[in-house]
Design a protein around this ligand. Structure first.
Ligand SMILES: Nc1ncnc2c1ncn2[C@@H]1O[C@H](COP(=O)(O)OP(=O)(O)OP(=O)(O)O)[C@@H](O)[C@H]1O
Ligand SMILES: [Mg+2]
Length: 237
């Protein structure tokens, strides 16, 4: 579904991604792992068109989307959930979901299932309970749920998740594990950037490890988990 080929992405003069390649097949959950500053967020932003690569290709179902504007890429069925959530603080939970759905209710639906607000409330019952609360009156975890819900009602075929469970209590992390498995089972392909190997292992089948803007290693998550040398070298804090 997604092929990232040798992308080079820079912030001004500093070259952050230095020829990064990875591949995600339809239906997979793939993890992007690596230390702080390795380039995980930059990779997702490059795919979404928020920080376009200076070189290389990004193919979605064979079509090169590198350098296209983010709204265009969104309409091709990619949704990005940034780590800082970016929900609208002055709108209620329900208004946040409704706005996301209306702005990008895909005329062309890519997922097998069409996600409604009720489906999102089914995944996260707490959002139904707080549906008339403002965005700022939610906890960090609830804001992460809302941000994910906003992406789902856009009915993407590919979901890019940045640090989905960072800072969340273990019980809430387990709720996200269940939810991400459910989203995957509904037919949405997922690429998630994470530092949390334990979480990634529970949801992803394969993983790529980024080091200094390049893929240093990739394998099945179980192999990465079992490889003490790789974990120590690239992931241990
Ligand atoms: N807006 C920016 N301007 C300049 N440099 C940036 C910018 N954003 C990120 N960088 C740099 O790019 C490199 C990669 O950052 P990136 O955010 O992609 O890493 P990351 O793997 O997501 O890290 P983290 O685990 O901390 O989220 C870092 O060295 C960072 O300092
Ligand atoms: Mg990041």
């Amino acid at each position: 579904m997604l092929q990232v080929e040798n992308i080079v992405t820079c912030y001004g003069p500093s070259m952050v991604l230095q020829g990064l390649s990875l591949e995600v097949e339809a239906g997979e959950v793939v993890a992007l792992l690596g230390r702080n500053g390795a380039g995980k967020t930059t990779t997702l932003r490059s795919i979404m068109g928020l920080t376009p690569p200076r070189a290389g290709h990004i193919r979605l179902e064979g079509v090169d989307i590198a350098g296209r504007p983010p709204h265009h890429i969104a309409r091709l069925g990619i949704s990005f959930v940034p780590d800082d959530r970016r929900i609208f603080p002055d709108l209620t939970v329900e208004e946040n979901l409704e706005l996301a759905r209306r702005v990008l209710s895909q005329e062309t639906r890519f997922s097998k299932k069409t996600w409604s607000l009720a489906d999102v409330y089914g995944l996260f019952p707490v959002l139904r309970e707080y549906r008339n609360r403002g965005g700022t009156q939610l906890s960090g975890g609830e804001q992460k749920m809302l941000a994910l819900g906003r992406a789902l009602v856009q009915n993407p075929r590919l979901l890019l998740l940045d640090e989905a469970v960072e800072g969340l209590a273990p019980l809430i992390v387990q709720e996200f594990v269940r939810v991400i498995r459910e989203i995957s089972a509904s037919g949405i392909t997922i690429l998630l950037a994470d530092q949390n190997l334990k979480f990634a292992r529970q949801v992803a089948r394969r993983g790529y490890i980024i080091d200094k803007g390049r893929i240093a290693y990739h394998d099945e998550m179980e192999q990465i988990w079992a490889n003490e040398d790789v974990v120590r070298r690239y992931l241990a804090v």
